[in-house]
Design a protein around this ligand. Sequence first.
Ligand code: SF4
Length: 314
Amino acid sequence: MTLNIIQKKILRLKEEKEAAILAHYYQPIEIQKVADYLGDSLELSRIAKEKVPNDIIIFAGVRFMAETASILNQDKRVLISHPESLCPMAAYLDAGMVKSYREKYPNSQVITYVNSTAAVKAESDLCCTSSNAVKIVKRAFEKEKSKIILFGPDANLADFVEQETKINLIKMPENGNCVVHSQVTKEDLLRVKQEHPDAMILVHPECVRAVRELADIVGSTAQMYKFVKESPKSVKEFIIGTEIGLLERMMEDIPEKKYYLASDKLVCYNMKKHTIEMLEHVLNNLDDNNYEVKVPKNIAKRAIVPLERMLEYS
Ligand code: SF4
């Protein structure tokens, strides 16, 4: 793996300062290359809780991911390499809305996607990611007394889970979505498929139903990666229906296959706010509180419960 001067400096700095870098698959590839741990939301939550020995964690991803790391590691210093890297999906649901839904459906269970704020998690019974949403909903439905499940904020993921489980979900709100995945259209996908008829189609569950219905596989980023990695030699081409960062990762790690992006809209502006230069800057300024992500104790104490239940169930 060839590294540029800044990447080499980062490797040296993080060793000197005993900091660990956690990066999401949607990060720019330069950042992925210097990360200690790479993964999707579920993998990174698990890694943050169980694997990172360092007292300093630098998160390259959107804010809710760094918040999750902080909730699961309340005694560690968690920093984010771009403080304004926010996930617009999380803005669809706030704690007050969850309370209102609960009042309307008093005997319900609240399951929230990890793409939500810490305050929303604090009001939830369980969290889920796109990797485990189907499993978590099934488990909650089978094991808990209440069969009324409130699910938010992604209405497309909720729709996918309903299709897979045949369990009815009340969406909080009706129209929550990912500004990146929900933009992909059936026409985008058909165009790419026409150019590459032998390619298998892999899409994320945050895509709309019309797009998911054209896919060979619907899965989280980690599930797509695993599928491609384990695919037989005879399967050589893939149309990737998720953020471009995963495609770049696959090109690095599994270069013998060919990849085509399902749509040129698959670039998450917020994930791409992080740069290798900013990562170096944070490593040089670990005491700067502007980069620290600290969830207030009273919220963290409640938000950790649905997160730990999720990790236990998945
Ligand atoms: S890809 Fe979508 S869900 Fe993921 S961080 Fe970007 S806006 Fe949020």
